[in-house]
Write a protein that binds this ligand. Structure first.
Ligand code: AMP
Ligand code: GLY
Length: 449
C-alpha cells in the first residue's frame, strides 16, 4: 500500500513507525518528513502548508491513502482538494476542521449540541470584552478564535493582565486575523486529559487516554509550551455520576477504569458533537481530539483539535496494538468503523514520552546545534520532532521541540525513568527537558498504595 504522510514532527514520526508495524510492506512517502521519518519513508521537501504542491505530489505519486498530521493543512482545505482530485485522504474537510480552527465555532457547536464546556462570550470590540472580563471575574481566560500555534490562550490572574491580553489580540492584532475575534472564558479548575478518537463521522474508536505537560519546567513551572511530554494511559479520572469525581486508582488494574472515562466522554461529548456536525453538513471524519477538564462538575471540554495530539500520539501509538492503517484507509474511503472493538487491543504497559527541546524554546529556538544520539535501549523509541541534516550530513536541531523520547515499560515509574534517562543522554548544547513527565499519575499511585 502506498501512503502519503503529510507533516514532519514527532507525531508524524510515530505515525510512520506505526504504519510500518501495521504493514511492513507499505510504501511510505512523507512531505516534508524529517531524518527520523526518513528511516521508513521517502521524504519529499514540500511544506505541509503548500497545498498546491501537495496535491501535485499526490497526482504524481497516486497514493492509495494520504494521512494528514498537522492542523494547518486541514484548515487550508487539503482534504477537500485531495478528494476533489480523486485521492482518498484521512482527515476532516476544511469546514469540519473549524472545530479547531475557529474556537468561536467550536463554542457554538458545543452550545448547540449540549456539550459541557466553560461559559464563554465572543467579542470583537475591546471595550465590550473588558466589560466581560469584569463580569467573569479572575482568573479568566482570553482566547484568540483562530489558529495561533498554541499561543493564543492567555490565563489571566488579574483584570490588568486580562485587559492587556484583550488589547494585544483585538487592538494590536498580535495574532493577526486569528485574534480579530476572541473568547472571554470562564476559568475551569481541574485536571486535564487528552482523549483521541478515530471517527468516520458517526462511529468512533478511542485511543488510550493521555496527558500532556504544557509547562517548560519540572513541577509544571515556567512558561507554556507546545507540550514537553505526555504519558498514557491516564487512569484516575473516573467520573462516576457526571457530578462526582473519584480519585480511586488501582495500579495494575485492567482497562476498565479508563473505559468508564472514555465511555462517558463518548456519550456526553463525542456522540452529540458528531451528530451536530452531521446535521450542519460538516460531517467530521478523521482524528478528533477532545481536550477535557475533569472538574468537580464532571467532564468539560477545554478544546477540540481536528487531528491527533502532539506529543500525546508519541505516547499512545507504542501502546496501540490494533492496526491504524486499515482503519484510516476505511475512513478515507468513506467506509465505516466498527465501534466497541477496542478493548483488549492495547499493550498492557505504560508509556512516557519526554520531549527534548532546543535552547531558547518556547521563545525563538536555536537551530543548527549538532545532536548526539546514543543507541536506544529496548523499549525506547526516539521520535524526531524538529531535526534536520546539515551540509555535512550531521543531525542538527531544526525547531523548538527536537525529539520525543518514548519509553514503554510494564510500570509507569520504570517508563518515566527510561524516558528521562535517554533524554539526559542525548547531547546538544542548550538542550531542555523535564524529568517528571507523568508525575500526577505517580503521585496518585503512591497515594493509593
Ligand atoms: P488550548 O490552546 O485551547 O489548548 O489552551 C491551552 C491551555 O490553556 C489548555 O491546555 C489549558 O491548560 C488551558 N485552558 C484553556 N482554556 C481553559 C479554561 N477555560 N480553564 C482553564 N484552563 C484553560
Ligand atoms: N498536545 C496538544 C496538541 O496537540 O494540541
Amino acid at each position: 500500500m502506498k501512503v502519503l504522510l503529510v507533516g514532519g514532527g514527532g507525531r508524524e514520526h510515530a505515525l510512520a513507525w506505526k504504519f510500518k508495524q501495521d504493514d511492513p510492506a507499505a510504501e511510505l512517502i512523507a512531505a516534508p518528513g524529517n531524518p527520523g521519518i526518513a528511516e521508513y519513508a521517502r521524504c519529499v521537501p514540500i511544506a505541509a502548508t503548500d497545498i498546491d504542491a501537495l496535491v501535485a505530489l499526490a497526482n504524481h505519486e497516486r497514493p492509495a491513502l494520504t494521512v494528514i498530521g498537522p492542523e494547518a493543512p486541514l484548515a487550508l482545505g487539503l482534504v477537500d482538494r485531495l478528494r476533489a482530485a480523486g485521492h482518498p485522504a484521512f482527515g476532516p474537510t476544511r469546514s469540519a476542521a473549524e472545530i479547531e480552527s475557529s474556537k468561536v465555532f467550536a463554542k457554538q457547536l458545543m452550545a448547540d449540541a449540549g456539550v459541557p464546556t466553560a461559559r464563554a462570550e465572543r467579542h470583537t470590540d475591546a471595550a465590550a470584552a473588558k466589560r466581560a472580563v469584569r463580569d467573569f471575574g479572575t482568573p479568566v481566560v482570553i482566547k484568540a478564535s483562530g489558529l495561533a500555534a498554541g499561543k493564543g490562550v492567555i490565563i489571566a490572574d488579574s483584570t490588568a493582565d486580562a485587559d492587556a491580553a484583550v488589547d494585544a489580540m483585538l487592538s494590536q492584532r498580535v495574532f493577526g486575523t486569528a485574534g480579530a475575534e476572541i473568547l472571554v472564558e470562564e476559568f475551569m479548575q481541574g485536571e486535564e486529559v487528552s482523549l483521541l478518537f478515530l471517527t468516520d463521522g458517526e462511529q468512533w474508536l478511542p485511543l488510550v487516554p493521555a496527558q500532556d505537560h504544557k509547562r517548560l519546567l519540572d513541577g509544571d513551572q515556567g512558561p507554556n509550551t507546545g507540550g514537553m511530554g505526555a504519558y498514557a494511559p491516564v487512569y484516575p479520572l473516573v467520573v462516576t455520576s457526571g457530578t462526582e469525581r473519584s480519585s480511586a486508582h488501582a495500579p495494575g488494574n485492567t482497562w476498565a477504569e479508563w473505559h468508564s472515562l472514555v465511555g462517558l466522554a463518548g456519550d456526553q461529548i463525542i456522540a452529540p458533537v458528531l451528530d451536530a456536525m452531521r446535521r450542519m453538513g460538516r460531517r467530521f471524519s478523521g482524528a478528533l481530539y477532545a481536550g477535557l477538564m475533569v472538574t468537580t462538575d464532571g467532564l468539560k471540554v477545554v478544546e477540540f483539535n481536528c487531528r491527533l495530539g502532539d506529543p500525546e500520539t508519541e505516547a499512545i501509538l507504542p501502546l496501540t496494538r490494533y492496526p491504524l492503517l486499515p482503519l484510516m484507509d476505511a475512513v478515507a474511503r468513506g467506509g465505516r468503523l466498527e465501534s466497541g472493538e477496542w478493548i483488549g487491543h492495547l499493550h498492557p504497559a505504560h508509556a512516557v514520552s519526554t520531549v527534548v527541546a532546543a535552547a531558547g524554546y518556547p521563545g525563538t529556538p536555536r537551530t543548527g546545534d549538532v545532536i548526539g544520539l546514543p543507541e536506544a535501549p529496548p523499549g525506547v523509541h526516539v521520535f524526531h520532532a524538529g531535526t534536520a541534516r546539515n551540509g555535512a550530513g550531521e543531525l542538527v536541531t531544526a525547531a523548538g521541540r527536537v525529539l520525543a523520547v518514548t519509553a514503554v515499560a510494564p510500570d509507569l515509574a520504570s517508563a518515566q525513568h527510561a524516558s528521562a534517562s535517554y533524554a539526559a543522554a542525548v547531547s546538544f548544547p542548550g538542550k531542555q527537558f523535564r524529568t517528571d513527565i507523568a508525575w500526577r499519575e505517580l503521585a496518585r499511585s503512591a497515594r493509593a498504595s
